[in-house]
Design a protein around this ligand. Structure first.
Ligand code: ADP
Ligand code: MG
Length: 332
């Protein structure tokens, strides 16, 4: 039933940025070292994610496109989810709402293979020349469902949402190189964002990545945060209260490596800075909260970035004490 599949697909893929998020997360799960993302017309006509990850063996290509097939979890361990994917829904959903092509070549394979699915109809796998890794292309998202197409915003707004998703994932994975291109009108396109792979320890790598994502001025005006409490840890960087260039988009929060936009954490961030910041200024942060996976439910909604803590007071307390310690330690 193609109609039911299209409705379900909208839950995972509601706009170009959510499709790109799923594809880039797949590349990260595949241990890619470099990920290239391209879009045209705000992602409405074309989305392409290319990686140098481990690839998909030819015989597994049809499986990758079938609903609830995932290679990442066996179903017995739903709480201990560390990889991004685990539902096996992203690729089938995209194949239901557009024209999806997946090209892949695993290491040592003589050639690559491609599978195409258009509006839910899967064509046979065929051999294709492609570099080691995976290239996923989604064309004409929602062309079969004009009602959904109407809900998309302007190309510019959709492109902004794509850029935001990529910057959050890039911040989460400093060792991976990211390039984001707008290829509207064809050709090599225009580089919208680029971050080269960072090396070194966690703080060095993150500081380098901060520079790529938020700029030199922030990188030179931030403090390290490093706190633990009751089995939870908080690490990363936070802006000096005197930093005046912040905005609400420049708050990067991660729980167990996953980008989140969580009201509880954002509220705690505001609380931690309340005594230090001038009115109208925003703290800028890249903060990683790590805890036992049993302490947090990241599975609230597939496309949203909310989480649910078993003990919200713990997470909030750690955010406030960890940040205040960093801010006061610097003499403010
Ligand atoms: P999930 O990520 O939840 O497993 P997806 O529908 O996103 O489900 O992907 C289905 C499967 O296709 C994955 O489990 C993985 O085996 C394979 N796959 C998808 N994208 C890639 C990629 N870029 N590199 C390697 N394998 C991939
Ligand atoms: Mg996935």
């Amino acid at each position: 039933d193609a109609a039911a599949n299209r409705i379900a697909a909208g839950e995972v893929v509601e706009r170009p940025a959510s499709a790109i998020k799923e594809l880039v997360e797949n590349s990260i799960d595949a241990q890619a070292r470099r990920i290239e993302i391209a879009y045209a017309d705000g992602g409405k006509t074309l989305i392409r994610v290319s990686d140098d990850g481990h690839g998909i063996p030819e015989y597994q290509l049809p499986l990758a496109l079938s609903r609830h097939a995932t290679s990442k979890i066996d179903g017995t361990d739903l709480l201990n989810i560390r990889s991004f994917g685990f539902r096996g829904e992203a690729l089938p959903s995209m194949g239901a709402v557009g024209r999806l092509s997946v090209k892949s070549r695993v290491a040592n394979a003589a050639s690559g293979a491609e599978i195409v699915v258009d509006g839910g109809v899967i064509a046979p796998v065929r051999p294709v020349a492609t570099p080691h890794g995976t290239v996923v292309e989604l064309r004409n998202l929602f062309h079969a469902t004009p009602a959904r197409l109407k809900f998309l915003r302007t190309d510019r707004a959709e492109a902004g949402a794509i850029s935001d998703v990529i910057k959050r994932l890039a911040m989460a994975e400093p060792s991976i190189g990211f390039t984001l291109r707008d290829v509207s009108g064809g050709g090599a396109g225009r580089v919208v964002f680029r971050a080269d792979p960072e090396s070194g320890d966690l703080f060095d790598a993150l500081h380098g990545r901060l520079r790529s994502v938020l700029g030199a001025e922030f990188a030179d005006n931030c403090l390290p945060v490093d706190a633990t409490r009751d089995g939870m840890s908080l690490t990363g960087y936070a802006s000096l209260p005197t930093f005046s260039r912040g905005n609400a988009m420049a708050q990067f929060l991660f729980v167990n490596g996953r980008p989140v936009k969580d009201k509880l954490l954002i509220g705690a961030l505001r609380g931690a800075y309340s005594d230090f910041l001038h009115a109208g200024r925003y703290p800028v942060v890249a903060l990683f909260l790590e805890c036992d996976p049993e302490q947090v439910d990241v599975n609230v909604h597939p496309a949203k970035a909310e989480v649910r803590f078993r003990e919200p007071g713990l997470a909030r307390g750690l955010m406030i004490s960890g940040l205040r310690h960093a801010l006061t330690g610097a003499g403010h």
